[in-house]
Design a protein around this ligand. Structure first.
Ligand SMILES: C[S@@+](CC[C@H](N)C(=O)[O-])C[C@H]1O[C@@H](n2cnc3c(N)ncnc32)[C@H](O)[C@@H]1O
Length: 223
């Protein structure tokens, strides 16, 4: 049974954000699978539209390769395809249940069913994608903001990492230090630019922030 928009956001607050166990989190999403896209639509979820819009604004090559982190059911890939991105798109997401819809719609070429953890490398090769997206997954209890370093590792020099989240998350304890973390990436020469754009709607009445980080063209991997 589909949820209303309000019920969907309540479900996030009560069941999803409070989940501290990665295995439990995976099973929540596995069970949600085909219902997820419908529920998020009821909540007028605009994160994927904003993410794709910002990729479109900053990336000229429509045939570029993209890795979508925390890809879920593939809402970001769908929006990117609508804007004319034709290149290879791969996905990282631990939930095989969520991937079922994306597989049915043939949105991604390859799935890495992996759980990103700060300070740990996933199995994706260094600098293997032209651009990287991560929408709605750097949220409480999910992908930690420190994993942006991993998103930059798999992105090619000169490429973009586009991260979309609900603006008010930045006031939560889990997000303390994110601003300094992003500044340090510029200071230590990993990124050459960070643009933050605000959109009035993430879902329901909540505003969204989209961070666009450009990996320095001359970046030398230090990990
Ligand atoms: C709210 S959904 C967002 C899905 C999609 N990007 C969207 O905008 O609809 C969050 C996704 O992040 C995934 N996820 C949670 N923790 C993760 C982690 N540590 N590493 C990678 N993916 C994670 C979940 O399995 C889930 O599919």
């Amino acid at each position: 049974m589909s949820r209303t928009g309000k019920e969907t956001v309540e479900y996030f607050h009560e069941k999803v954000f409070t989940c501290k166990d990665p295995e439990k989190m995976k099973s929540i999403y596995d069970e949600w699978n085909f219902g997820y896209s419908k529920d998020l639509k009821s909540a007028s979820y605009k994160g994927p539209v904003h993410t794709a819009h910002m990729v479109h604004r900053f990336v000229n090559d429509k045939n570029c390769t993209i890795c979508d982190v925390g890809a879920g059911t593939g809402l970001v890939a769908e929006e990117l395809r609508k804007l004319g991105f034709t290149g290879r798109m791969d996905a990282i997401d631990p939930s095989t249940g969520m991937a079922k819809e994306a597989i049915e719609k043939k949105l991604y070429n390859k799935f890495y069913h992996e759980y990103l953890i700060p300070g740990q490398q996933c199995s994706v090769e260094t600098e293997s994608y032209d651009n990287v997206t991560c929408c709605g997954s750097i949220i409480p209890g999910h992908v930690r903001y420190q994993c942006i370093a991993e998103l930059l590792r798999i992105c090619k020099p000169g490429g973009h990492v586009v991260v979309t989240l609900r603006k008010d998350y930045l006031d939560m304890e889990e997000f303390v230090g994110m601003d300094q973390f992003l500044k340090n990436l510029e200071k230590n020469g990993t990124t050459s630019m960070t643009v933050v754009h605000e959109f009035p709607q993430y879902y329901l009445h909540y505003p969204a922030l989209v961070f666009v980080l450009k990996k320095k063209a001359s970046f030398k991997q230090r990990m």
